[in-house]
Design a protein around this ligand. Structure first.
Ligand SMILES: [Zn+2]
Length: 477
């Protein structure tokens, strides 16, 4: 190829790249084109999730790896052209897993595949040993009398069903969060949870337990689904089953976590913010690909596509990577979300809409909007643009929008949810198997397409979502 043909080719390419846009496209036409570009794989989402999970890998809340992920992603956002990129640090306690072992010591000694729950204290050097008492549900354990578990290891064995919307996790989750505290209140020396798992793989599912004061009450572990079944069968055979729990977990009380915040400034009403959230930290057993590098990639990919549109949207689009979502330190709200709503307190009144992506990369099947929004010009355009993606309006309200943006929702910010198919999400969630290969690139692209369309339309809209939220739902807009 000589220099002239090369120039000609570049010219032709440039023409091809811009020809998708008509001279003065409507807002809805831009949303449709953003959707189609994403579906064609023309977003940075895959490269983002691949690079983050490969370069950094696991990034527990408060760890140096989480810090490295924050610095890497801040650089990435700057390189992608985001403005006002900043890292906002806050203090926390970093829980370090250490080494651990769970075994059945009687009647038939054998190893158990298990992982300490996040925040679990270490055992004494020789471990702790006791007879296991199984409860079918968390509520059954709570019904046990004070002192009735003295010297015992309590186990909650409720199985978790796979559901499209992930509601099985919602029901089972309390046994992980509050199980250690409630077991300890009844005298137990240790706590064992049947993993909050679907799929049946012999992996433990990690996850945070609630702090009881400065730490989780007693050494607590999640055992794999097949191991939980084994323990249950032994008990049903009439055996007194003894477990031994060992852990060298530790706490680093002067650690820091951080949120990463970046903007694409709006053209007409830059003070009005549309917030897109995902979380930076992950559990330590896998590389945090589905939870939640995928979410970071989806929102960044969508925002970057919008930045490449023929004009800027009217409102500012803000991407927030929240630190420390996975661990519950004293208090119920994740620290990253709590910190953002405090640090940005004076701006919250101009946050028009917020959404977070924290459910892997399963395809989006429906959208939940704030009250009244479906009937607005934004809602009718969105319904049309999402139809080719097989995304339908949901009659289920968006609730608090998710763990990280819940503090904003509480302060009056309207939220939306792009509901994803989570049927297989809990096969991998919080396990060593949460790795890049579990992400389907086509489904990732479909997510970016839905996010790009929704965020563009909302950012370019005249609709006042805050007024809608506070109005009578039947009021015409
Ligand atoms: Zn998550």
């Amino acid at each position: 190829m000589n220099r002239n043909t090369l120039l000609l080719s570049f010219g032709a390419l440039a023409l091809l790249a811009t020809s998708a846009w008509s001279a003065d496209p409507s807002s809805e036409a831009i949303a449709s084109e953003l959707r189609d570009k994403a579906l064609r794989g023309e977003s940075i989402a895959w490269d983002f999730v691949s690079e983050l999970t490969t370069r950094i890998g696991p990034r527990p809340a408060g760890s140096p790896a989480e810090r490295a992920a924050a610095e890497w992603s801040a650089r990435k956002l700057k390189d992608l052209g985001f403005e006002n990129v900043r890292i906002e640090s806050f203090p926390m306690t970093w829980w370090v897993r250490g080494t651990e072992r769970v075994e059945i010591t009687a009647p038939s000694p054998q190893p158990v595949v298990a992982a300490a729950l996040g925040g679990s204290p270490p055992t004494p050097a020789g471990g702790i040993e006791g007879e296991v008492v199984i409860f079918p549900t968390f509520e059954d354990m709570k019904a046990a009398a004070p002192g009735s578990l003295a010297g015992k290891i309590a186990m909650v064995a409720r199985p978790m069903p796979a559901t499209q919307d992930g509601s099985g996790y919602g029901v089972a989750g309390i046994a992980r969060r509050d199980g250690p505290t409630e077991a300890a209140r009844r005298g137990a020396i240790g706590y064992v949870l049947r993993s909050l798992a679907t799929g049946g793989a012999r992996f433990p599912h990690a996850g945070g337990a609630r702090y009881d004061g400065a730490r989780v009450a007693i050494p607590s572990f999640a055992v794999s689904e097949p191991d939980a079944q084994q323990i249950e069968r032994l008990v049903k055979l009439g055996e007194k089953v003894r477990l031994k729990l060992s852990s060298t977990a530790s706490y680093v009380s002067n650690a820091t976590s951080q949120n990463v915040v970046a903007d694409l400034r709006g053209s007409e009403r830059p003070n009005e913010v549309l917030l897109l959230g995902a979380h930076l930290d992950s559990w330590d057993l896998g590389t945090g690909a589905i939870d939640d590098a995928a979410g970071m990639a989806i929102i960044t990919g969508a925002a970057k596509l919008i930045a490449q549109a023929p004009r800027k949207p009217k409102r500012t689009i803000r991407v927030v990577f929240y630190g420390s979502e996975e661990v519950s330190q004293p208090g119920d709200i994740p620290l990253g979300g709590r910190t953002y709503s405090t640090v940005h307190g004076s701006e919250i009144a101009s946050h028009m809409l917020a959404g977070e992506s924290d459910f892997g990369a399963g395809r989006v099947y429906s959208v939940s909007l704030p009250r009244g929004a479906f009937a607005s010009p934004f809602g009718t355009a969105l319904t049309r643009v999402l139809a080719p993606l097989s995304v339908v309006p949901s009659s289920v309200p968006p609730g608090n929008g998710g763990a990280d943006i819940a503090p904003l929702e509480k302060l009056g910010v309207p939220v939306f949810v792009l509901n994803q198919d989570g049927t297989n999400y809990f096969d991998y969630h919080h396990t060593p198997d949460d790795t890049l290969d579990k992400i389907d690139p086509a489904a990732l692209s479909q997510n970016v397409a839905a996010w790009a369309a929704l965020v563009w339309l909302a950012a370019d809209s005249e609709v006042d979502f805050r007024a809608l939220r506070n109005s009578d739902s039947t009021a015409k807009r």
